[in-house]
Write a protein that binds this ligand. Structure first.
Ligand code: ARG
Length: 588
């Protein structure tokens, strides 16, 4: 179905043309004065300049010709030259009935679906997942779902950090703890064991221990770090025993990571990582040299990326360090080479901490300069801010440590459980189960309702509240509608009729924004706009619900219409929260 704004503009365009004005002036917006009208066209104001006329004259001519159009209940020219519009009630009801029948509730899908890579998650293997990774997972998952629902071919890639110094640190710590393992015997000839030399809990403890050791300001600390660097280097150059340990680290760690992401309801199509890009690095570097882009600077190999229009000076992108090691940027470029080969995407979206802004500017520019992607390829960096505690500093545990994701989730679930029990409508067991769904909604909505680039304060109390702009409030609205519908068996739904009250009209209009909101939110890669919409829609639902005695209504056609209206609102809400990675329980 077409968006209402476009449908109205479609009616006004030929009229503008008939009156002798360019039809491009027939652009329609939602009114910012809902007390005066529902929609507004400000084209007469813009046209006035071009045609040297008074805006109100132009508006008047258009309105005169539009009068009697069955789509409008009212269309009027208002000083200095606004065209104010109210929709005809029958027309609006028809539009809503159309939404009920169409697939995806009448969503307008793109003419040409794109292949889109969403690079999000970015967990580092063998390091514990912490809240820093939470935002990448939550926001990226939503972006991915939005794109797919609109009909694009979206591929979500976790892009693991699986190739860094942490691997060397673990290898050397393992050597210190278990020197007899065959991986450390240079003369070992046989097959390496199938069984990993550690469990996940050991691994979780090995990395922080090794990391602390390497940071010690002592002879031993420095020596350990050097060993770890050498081990990393050997691993990266294919030394078989270390590759074998690496594989164990990957197997054990990935199983755990998957579990964690599952509990967040975050699912990736690809479980690739930096290691997968390694085979492409030598060719990439050669290509950059051959094209005359990469040159030596203080022993390192770099590519200039500065452009004349830059407001500040941007440093060159380092492709290879003086010791021969490839860097983070090299690995991201090689990953693009790989993705071009595998998917040739139309669009790349990276959901990563905004502090990596410069890194991605460098990577995108090198990729374009080198022709790895075409100059007009869409490459977006959605940089997100920090999740802070109430003290305004990055979120920590009460003891001041970095908060583990599992613990954070447990705390949110507990808070949600308490709130559900306060409500006293379900049993303890049910409340426990429901708390998982409600807790996750609190966590995700609390994050997504902020513009991604902004830092935000994580406030469990506020996020789990059943009132205000929160996940649980949205779920509560849905649950309430489900309960109305179940009281009535949901059977007596009928065609939606023109509205009879103001609250009903407001709800109808709010529902019709769905199409526009979903398209715009994805175009702007802005899940917070979906949150804003579900909040407005929930408010409209609750106001209507308070205003209207649906269940006891005696006029059966009226009752059936209202039931359909709330049912449609529920469907819209459920689609939208699904795009946020949230689902609603049946009761709470
Ligand atoms: N592993 C990285 C980190 O923890 C994030 C990876 C983001 N994605 C990318 N293609 N660089 O900072």
């Amino acid at each position: 179905m077409k968006k209402i704004l476009d449908l109205i503009a479609g009616e006004l365009k030929p009229i503008f043309a008939q009156c002798g004005y360019d039809e491009a002036y027939a652009k329609v917006n939602l009114s910012n004065r809902p007390d005066l009208c529902e929609y507004q066209c400000n084209g007469a104001m813009a046209a006035a300049k071009a045609y040297r006329k008074k805006p109100i004259e132009i508006a008047g001519e258009v309105v005169e010709k539009a009068a009697g159009n069955p789509m409008f209940a009212e269309i009027s020219a208002v000083m200095p030259g606004f065209i104010n519009i109210r929709l005809n009630g029958e027309w609006l009801a028809d539009y809503l009935n159309g939404m009920r029948e169409q697939k995806k509730l009448g969503l307008e899908e793109p003419e040409k679906p794109e292949t889109i890579i969403v690079d999000y998650g970015g967990a580092n293997v063998a390091k514990p997942l912490h809240v820093g990774h939470l935002r990448a997972a939550i926001i990226g998952e939503s972006v991915k779902r939005m794109g797919s629902f609109l009909g694009h071919h979206v591929i979500g890639d976790v892009h693991l950090g699986d190739w860094g110094l942490q691997m060397g640190l673990i290898i050397e710590e393992l050597r210190d703890r278990k020197p007899d393992l065959p991986y450390f015997d240079e003369n070992f000839q046989g097959e390496y064991p199938q069984e990993p030399p550690f469990t996940i809990s050991e691994l979780e403890e090995i990395y922080p221990a090794a990391s602390a050791k390497s940071k010690e300001d002592s002879e031993a600390g420095r020596a350990f770090k050097e060993r770890a660097q050498t081990a990393t280097f050997r691993l990266q150059n294919g030394y078989a025993p270390y590759r074998a340990i690496w594989q164990h680290i990957m197997n054990v760690s990935l199983a755990d990571l998957k579990k964690n992401y599952d509990s967040l309801n975050v699912h990736f199509d690809l479980w690739k990582g930096e290691s997968d890009a390694q085979p492409y690095i030598p060719g990439l570097i050669q290509d950059l040299i051959d094209k005359g882009l990469a040159y030596e600077s203080q022993g390192a190999l770099v590519v200039d990326i500065a452009e004349e229009t830059d407001s500040k000076e941007l440093p060159p992108c380092i492709i290879r360090k003086s010791d021969g090691a490839a860097l983070y940027a090299t690995s991201d470029l090689a990953t693009i080479v790989e993705r071009e080969k595998d998917f040739h995407p139309d669009h790349y979206i990276y959901v990563v901490d905004k502090r990596q802004d410069l890194h991605f500017t460098q990577v995108f520019r090198v990729a374009k300069k080198a022709g790895i992607v075409s100059p007009d390829r869409k490459m977006d960096f959605l940089g997100f801010g920090t999740m802070n505690g109430r003290d305004g500093k990055p979120y920590k545990t009460r003891e001041g440590g970095v908060m583990r994701l599992e613990r954070l989730i447990a705390e949110v679930n507990e808070a949600a459980y308490q709130k559900i029990m306060d409500n006293r409508t379900v049993s303890q067991e049910e409340a426990r189960e429901t708390a998982k769904i409600v807790g996750l909604s609190a966590l995700k909505y609390g994050d997504l309702s902020n513009q991604a680039a902004k830092d935000y304060v994580f406030d469990i109390d506020r996020f789990t509240s059943f009132e205000g702009n929160t996940g649980p409030y949205i779920l509560y609205t849905i649950v309430r509608i489900k309960s109305i519908l179940s009281k009535d068996g949901g059977q007596s739904c009928g065609p939606i009729l023109p509205s009879v009250t103001e609250a009903e009209r407001a709800l109808q209009l709010e529902i019709t924004k769905y199409n526009e909101v979903l398209n715009t939110s994805f175009e702007e890669i802005a899940p917070h706009k979906i949150c804003q919409y579900v909040y407005d829609l929930s408010n409209a639902c609750n106001r209507f619900y308070h205003d209207t005695r649906i269940i006891t209504e005696e006029n059966q056609a009226q009752k059936a219409s209202w039931l359909s209206l709330v049912s449609l609102a529920k469907d819209v809400l459920e689609v939208c929260i699904g795009l946020l990675g949230i689902e609603a329980p049946d009761r709470m």
